[in-house]
Design a protein around this ligand. Structure first.
Ligand code: ATP
Ligand code: MG
Length: 324
């Protein structure tokens, strides 16, 4: 296996741009929120926030550009990220809008219904502040979550950061992270296509592979993406583990056997851990194993950011958990 093409940790922090939310979850399963539900929360959330919290917990440099409201929901998130070691200097506090939120209820078939308040919450007020520019100027790697593109103000910041970071030899990872509730319009499609051209590491799950590369089979879709210049594609396969594809062929690693309590955040923890391991110089097999462990460990905790892990926790988890 060739070494990773991702920028080493020494180039500077991994940064991400997008929504910080609270998650409030129904404690019963069923369809949606058309009647009164017992709820639990608020939990710190937002795909970019979960991702960056996991990078920080691994002891790597991590920063996020985001906006929260001047309220408990915002404070709860900033305190958690700070405590876990993330750089919170580029999080701004909107005096006018409340922190964004996601209400989630699981259906009996394992699917999820969300009610989001993101683009018109404080999260939508994100902007390229001086603190954001300073964080970008230090960064070695940019991670983009597809969900963040539902906020119109995110795109110009992504473009600025991408140009700046690539210019100094930094790299880009992209997690499509599509949710049916975050309708992707034509504009998002164009942005997604532009990002794919600059992506070094793509982290799709399920059908997201075919959104990135319409094709008749998985292999065809992967081949097209590798030929287009993406050097690493890691397919997240839930309970079936994950597979890395590079020009030298696939590497598959099985999932860990756990009782799933709350699947939200698994993909974010997985991506953060794979990326961080590669930036730290770990082999592909090691990175996939750690990432599978981070995803599996996360689903055993209620709350999307409650199951982020340190390397020590992952080592313990891997030593005591059977693989599928
Ligand atoms: P998300 O729902 O957060 O968007 P995703 O769809 O992007 O997640 P998944 O494939 O669900 O990503 O999960 C990422 C990884 O986490 C998987 O590849 C697997 O290693 C691990 N994982 C997720 N769910 C489970 C599970 N129930 N049991 C074991 N491992 C799991
Ligand atoms: Mg999933």
């Amino acid at each position: 296996m060739p070494p990773s093409s991702l920028a080493p940790e020494s180039l500077g922090p991994t940064i991400t741009i997008g929504e910080i939310l609270v998650e409030i979850m129904a404690t019963t399963t069923g369809n949606g929120f058309l009647d009164a539900q017992p709820l639990i929360g608020p939990f710190p959330s937002g795909a970019p926030a979960i991702f960056i919290d996991q990078v920080a917990k691994l002891g790597a440099q991590a920063g996020i550009i985001a906006t929260v409201g001047k309220d408990d929901f915002g404070q709860l998130n900033i305190e958690r990220l700070r405590k876990d070691g993330a750089d919170v200097s580029a999080i701004t506090i909107s005096p006018d809008y409340p922190t964004g939120s996601a209400f989630v209820r699981y259906a009996n078939d394992g699917t999820r219904d969300f009610v989001y308040n993101i683009a018109r919450s404080a999260a939508g007020e994100i902007s390229l502040t001086d603190a954001a520019k300073a964080l970008i100027a230090r960064a070695g790697h940019l991670h983009v979550m597809g969900s963040a593109l539902s906020i119109p103000a995110v795109w110009p910041i992504v473009e600025y950061a991408l140009h700046d970071i690539k210019q100094r030899g930094g790299t880009l990872s992209l997690d499509p992270n599509m949710r049916k509730e975050l309708a992707a319009g034509r504009e998002t499609g164009r942005q997604f296509a532009a990002l794919l051209q600059a992506t070094d590491l793509l982290l799709p799950s399920g059908d997201e592979l075919f959104v990135a590369s319409p094709a008749a089979s998985e292999n065809e879709a992967i081949d097209a993406l590798l030929s287009s210049g993406i050097s690493e594609i890691v397919l997240k396969r839930g309970q079936d583990g994950s597979t890395l594809y590079t020009k030298t062929g696939p590497v598959h690693r099985p999932a860990f056997l756990v009782d799933e309590i709350d699947p939200t955040g698994a993909g974010d923890c997985f991506g953060a851990t794979y990326l961080t391991c590669r930036r730290l110089g770990h082999s592909a097999v090691q990175a996939l194993d750690y990432a599978n462990a981070a995803g599996a460990r996360n689903v055993t905790h209620r709350g999307p950011m409650e199951g982020t892990s340190t390397f020590h926790e992952l080592d313990q988890f891997m030593a005591s958990t059977p693989r599928k």
